[in-house]
Design a protein around this ligand. Structure first.
Ligand code: FAD
Ligand code: N01
Length: 545
């Protein structure tokens, strides 16, 4: 009866499909394509008025990818790869958005996407073995399967600072930047936050604004992107044997085809380490510097500290004022334990006369006032405040659909009250026929997401097709399998340094959020093998009915 009541709230009969997908970003688009090819009829529900997801919303100045674009692309269709050429090593947001639009058109995906449609609630009905999904716009959807491709960096964090409503100037969020752009000429601008979004936008905002004040709480490691054309060596590898290059990415630790480094730091002399570091610094490649220096850099604090020291040296050299340089030097987390940033002129921006850095560790923000920002020490008047304060990552967009009600009336938020639990990062016990793409428990954000998204979507669609072909109607993770996955997740994270930093990977950036390393730390290739093994062992850990 409850289900029927909700359907009638939308004022019409629910739309009947095999599969409901939420989101039309990188993941939702590929899912639609694969579902259609598997003969399953599907609809994607998307809050925005166009495709693109991350690349639709994040239009701030300087927005780009930080995985080389030849790697950060779909790989499912060699013809698609031939039909599109990236103009740069790291494409800009407008170019990536054009690419996703191109993909949507090429595979005629838009006809199955309902735009400007936010999903509000989802309820499993045991009797009919279907999900009922209510929306902000148009009919509800009744589906056999429910896939959340809602993104792990798609729910911006609220400002969390007192007095935002009092401010008389303009306020912007990097993750919701106005489509028409913002004219900052002649204005006094504040940027709060020095994560990837802040670090990409600060140099360009500084060029436009009369004055820029950067409010930094925790300094971050940033590396020069050295953007330009795609590097000849990487392009050569790709073009030499495209299939082998893509396969190596799928089997790699990070989703980018680099070999596993085996030499450890103490087998190298100072000079050899420096030589490796300088080569990596000059390459302008996040994955290279994170994985190719020495094997212990990501697993051992001493091996890691050597990298940190070398980067701090670079910061000291780039920033003229020694006090400012000291404030910019990260000192509270291992390199790589928090997502490092790729920058263009970031540190040099602090040499400009129109840029000031405020160290919030010494003078925390007390409040936002009518005219600007008040710290413990002073009032700083500004015309514009830019929040580059990040996202309620990995679980934010999933929990925003509330409630998601599974078997026996249990809601996902309640089940996850002490932190997200899953099996393979893709499914949750008690929630039949429910799937998450790059959710907590997936390698997602510790990888080239394009590779993880394709793997997740392929695995899920193949399972749905197999289920249908074998005459089953439901699949659900067992509690035991889920507990085993939690243990395996914890074991994997113990051998990395991620647990030693307070970051959005661990939930530490959102006040009150449950703490724990959310992404799977065991690597993309090993993760893929596990997912394949689950299938080859007769859907190990799943109940099929
Ligand atoms: P998204 O692109 O986030 O799409 C999710 C969609 O779901 C959104 O369009 C959203 O509107 C919609 N949605 C969510 N909730 C609802 C709801 N309730 N109802 C209806 N619609 C809903 N990853 C990399 O691997 N390399 C990079 O270089 C890289 N750069 C990044 C740069 C930025 C600025 C950011 C923020 C992230 C970056 N990422 C990068 C991560 C990036 O999010 C992923 O690579 C990828 O784009 C995610 O695709 P997705 O489809 O899973 O999610
Ligand atoms: O967000 P973040 P982001 N008062 O959470 C500060 C991807 N991405 O949007 O560290 C004051 O990293 C916060 O300080 P602290 C990428 O995966 C990629 O920049 O919590 N300050 C931090 O400095 C990335 O990791 C690209 O002390 C506050 C900053 O705001 C992820 O998205 C570009 C505050 C937030 O940094 C998120 O990046 C952009 C407060 N109340 C994003 N709250 C590429 O380059 C937060 N901060 C590809």
């Amino acid at each position: 009866a409850m289900v029927a009541a909700r359907a009638s709230d939308t004022g019409g009969k629910p739309q009947q499909v095999d599969v409901a997908v939420v989101g039309a970003g990188f993941a939702g688009l590929y899912l639609l394509h694969r579902l259609r090819k598997a003969g399953l009829n599907a609809v994607a529900l998307e809050e925005a008025d166009d495709v693109g997801g991350t690349w639709y919303w994040n239009r701030y100045p300087g927005a780009r990818c930080d995985i080389q674009t030849i790697d950060y692309s779909y790989t499912f269709d060699p013809e698609l790869e031939k039909a599109w050429t990236w103009s740069e090593k790291y494409a800009t947001q407008p170019e990536i958005l054009r690419y996703l639009g191109f993909v949507a058109d090429r595979y005629d995906l838009r006809r199955d996407i309902r735009f400007k449609t936010k999903v509000k609630e989802a309820t499993w009905d045991d009797a009919s073995e279907r999900w009922l999904i209510t929306t902000s716009n148009g009919p509800a959807v009744s589906s056999r399967h429910y896939i959340m491709a809602t993104g792990c960096l798609s729910a911006p964090k609220p400002p969390e600072i007192e007095g935002v409503g009092d401010f008389r100037g303009e306020i912007y969020f990097t993750g919701r930047w106005p489509h028409e752009g913002v004219n900052l000429a002649g204005k006094r601008v504040a940027v709060i936050g020095t994560g990837s979004s802040g670090i990409q936008s600060i140099p360009l905002i500084a060029e436009q604004a009369a004055h820029l004040t950067v409010f930094q709480r925790t300094p971050n490691f940033a590396l020069p992107a050295h953007n330009g054309p795609a590097p000849a060596d990487r392009l050569g590898l790709l073009q030499g044997d495209r299939a082998a290059y893509r396969e190596q990415a799928r089997q790699s630790m990070t989703g980018v085809p680099y070999p596993q480094q085996t030499v450890v730091s103490w087998q190298l002399s100072d000079a050899e380490r420096r030589e490796r570091f300088e080569r990596a610094w000059a390459a302008g490649d996040l994955v290279h510097i994170l994985t190719q220096l020495w094997a212990d850099q990501g697993v051992d604090v001493d091996g890691n500290k050597i990298v940190q020291d070398l980067i701090r040296e670079k910061i000291r050299a780039a920033v003229k004022d020694p006090e400012t340089a000291a404030v910019l030097m990260p000192d509270d987390h291992p390199f790589g334990a928090k997502r490092p940033c790729l920058d263009t002129n970031y540190y040099a921006t602090y040499n400009r006369p129109n840029v000031t850095l405020v160290n919030l560790r010494q003078e925390p923000i007390k409040a936002i006032t009518a005219s600007g920002i008040a710290t413990g020490k002073r009032n700083i008047d500004v015309d514009v405040i830019v929040f580059a304060t990040g996202f309620d990552a990995m679980t934010g967009a999933i929990k925003a659909v509330h409630p998601i009600t599974g078997r026996s009336g249990k809601s996902l938020s309640d089940v996850w009250a002490h932190g997200p639990e899953s099996y393979l990062g893709l499914t949750v016990a008690g929630f039949p026929n429910f799937f998450m793409i790059t959710g907590p428990g997936s390698p997602s954000v510790l990888s080239n997401m394009a590779v993880s998204i394709e793997q997740h979507a392929d695995w899920v669609v193949d399972r749905l097709a197999a289920l249908r072909d074998q005459g089953f109607t439901t699949m659900e993770a067992t509690d035991k399998a889920q507990a085993g996955w939690a243990q395996h997740m914890a074991d994997c994270s113990m051998v990395t340094l991620h647990r030693l930093a307070n970051t959005w990977y661990t939930g530490a950036n959102v006040p009150g959020k449950a703490q724990g390393v959310m992404p799977y730390c065991g690597g993309v290739g090993p993760y893929r093998s596990i997912c394949d093994e689950v299938v080859s062992r007769g859907m190990l850990g799943f109940k099929l009915t």
